[in-house]
Each structure stands twice: as structure tokens, then as C-alpha cells.
Design a protein. Structure first.
Length: 193
């Protein structure tokens, strides 16, 4: 994987379509076995970082990436640790109004029933201070409203942010200046209104 990352770095520094070198030159630069290099090259190609051209003037070149491919690759490169939870929460909170607006404009009777059921489950969890159940209900509610949105980019990004929160947020303590119960109550009131 280190060799694939090295190829990615070389391609990122080069201009689109710029020659990075011959296969042999880059294999030596990566200092790995030929089998490992070939696998790294396949990975770099699959991720859209490099292309191969055969024949005279051929070699390995920096690929021209479509903007969404580039965005996806940059997101894949983010360190998926608990340290990103605050950033993810901030983004999710910023996107909430857009997702809610789409849910209001595009929801069916069945969608509304599902949202009401999730809100009721969240309310019951709050009543008995069952924070994990509340959080999971909140994420189900958010996934429900995001799924209604016809905006494929908004829906995809929002649901991905929820996945990160589901993986990490339950293990994090509340900030001392913001009691968790108050935070959860505000979130519930946002959706109830």
C-alpha cells in the first residue's frame, strides 16, 4: 500500500496527463518487489490517479480525474478516527437545514409516518435518559429524512457523515460546557418542530 500511496503522491504533484516515468523507473523509486509494485499500480489505476500508455513515449502518467472521483479519493484519504467526529458533527449540523427542507418538500405520507415513529422513539428514550437509544434513533431519523432528498450529492454526503458518527460518537464523552441531555433535547426539538 505504501507504493500505491507513493504513486498517488507523485500523480498529485504532477500536472494532469504529465508523464511520471517508465514502469521500471517508478518501480525502482518505490523500492518494493515487482509483484508489490504491480499491485500498487493496479490500485493507483483503480483509484483514478494514474494511467498507462504503451509504446514509444509511453509510461505511467498522472490521470485526469473527474471532480467527483477526485473528491471521493480525497475523502478516502481522510484519517477515519475519533478526532474527526467534531468536524463531521459540524458538517452534519450545517447540512441539516437542507436535508430538512427537502424532507418537507418531498415526503410522502409513508415518510411522514416513519419520521413520526422515529421521533416518538427518541422522545421515549429521552424520558428514561437512554442516551445510546436516543442517538441511534436520531441517526435513523436523519437517515430517513436524508433518504427523501432528491439531491443525490446532499443525500450521499449526509448519509456518509452519519456513518462516521455511528462508528465513533457513542464512545465520546459530552463537552463539559454542554450537558449531553440538553444537546439531545435541542436536537429533538429541532426535528419535532
Amino acid at each position: 500500500m505504501m507504493a500505491a500511496n507513493r504513486l498517488q503522491e507523485l500523480a498529485a504533484r504532477a500536472g494532469q496527463g504529465e508523464r511520471l516515468g517508465s514502469k521500471n523507473e517508478l518501480w525502482k523509486l518505490c523500492s518494493v518487489s515487482i509483484g508489490t509494485f504491480n499491485e500498487a499500480l493496479k490500485i493507483a489505476q483503480a483509484r483514478g490517479y494514474v494511467t498507462l500508455r504503451r509504446g514509444p513515449g509511453g509510461g505511467i502518467f498522472a490521470a485526469q480525474q473527474a471532480p467527483l472521483v477526485k473528491l471521493g479519493n480525497q475523502i478516502l484519504a481522510i484519517d477515519d478516527s475519533e478526532h474527526i467526529v467534531a468536524d463531521v458533527q459540524r458538517m452534519r449540523n450545517a447540512l441539516d437545514p437542507l436535508v430538512l427542507e427537502d424532507a418537507l418538500l418531498h415526503s410522502s405520507a409513508a415518510d411522514i409516518l416513519e419520521m413520526r415513529n422515529e421521533l416518538e422513539a427518541m422522545k421515549q428514550a429521552m424520558a428514561v435518559d437512554d442516551i445510546p437509544t436516543f442517538l441511534h434513533g436520531n441517526w435513523r431519523f436523519q437517515a430517513c429524512i436524508a433518504g427523501i432528498s432528491p439531491n443525490v450529492v446532499l443525500r450521499t454526503v449526509f448519509l456518509s457523515l452519519l456513518e462516521v458518527l455511528e462508528q465513533h460518537a457513542v464512545t465520546l464523552p459530552a463537552a463539559p460546557d454542554r450537558p449531553l441531555h440538553d444537546v439531545l433535547k435541542r436536537r429533538y426539538e429541532l426535528y419535532e418542530g
